[in-house]
Write a protein that binds this ligand. Sequence first.
Ligand SMILES: [Zn+2]
Length: 330
Amino acid sequence: MSPPLRVAAELPSDGLKVEGGTLRAARALGFGAIASRELPLLLVPGDAWGFLGSSAAPESFAELARRLGDATRLAAYAAFLGMTEEKQETFRNLGVPAGSGVPEASQKAVAAFLRDFPEYTEALDWHLFKQVVSIVSERGTQLPSGQRVVYGRSDLAKHSCSPNAVTEVLGEDGLREVRVIGFKGISENEEVTVSYVPEELLLQPTTARSRGIRELRQGYLCRCTRCKLDGSDVPELAAVGEKLRHDLAMEDLNGRLQLLQRLDVSLPLAMASKARVRFKLAQVAEKSMPQEAIQLYQLALDETDIVLGQKGLRNASNIKRRLGQLLEQM
Ligand SMILES: [Zn+2]
């Protein structure tokens, strides 16, 4: 299985829906389609102390933050209190993923604080506070500007080691785009998944991958379909990954293309690392197999665009230049 050519650019109309706490496709979405664009539901200013000292936060919070020795959590809570009731309810309904250890840790931290400073027991609704900071901690992302954001829908996407979607923040206002990276697209009502960990980890066999995810995600135990089903194809996948990294000077171009194809079968999704390999293989293939090279360049271009979006503009222009030169020579 090779990656398909991407579908014609669709308008980013609402391709996602939430049902029973699960993010699903509202309609069939093709490979490369923009599933949705979404502004943050909760936005916590990057300068937490400044925010707590401003009129936007309850007056007592700055002092309480000094007692707690931490401004970020109270800033998140203050930002939550500033939302409309409807948005607050949407936010609380996000909850935290099953198996998360964060609520227990928050519970312990708050209990310890109130043991030391019982005079603050009535200072705020501590139950709600724990709930809010747990959600921000589990679901939130930090933007390059330092703001912490939580999205009402795309942050519900569960992790998968074979995800079908990717997210990218497009602008300073935190507008986030969700794009389809699964070669088969996403069928209507199918669950939308993303990866919470770097791509390199997804190329690892199950044992190493699980260990890596646990280390990166506070002990998170992945129970995605791939982790549950894995077994026979694991050594092959690892071997393909190794070969792709270390054997690029190898003469056997056809062998490499087959390895890449096997990787595309095991992991049928666009990846930035695959695009890089396709680009390198295309350069090797230019002389002996120009048609294959053209196809590889085109796939690498689509794949870069779909996975990296704005972050991949420079890579994409490199690929375009090589492709243009090759087409000129022919
Ligand atoms: Zn998994």
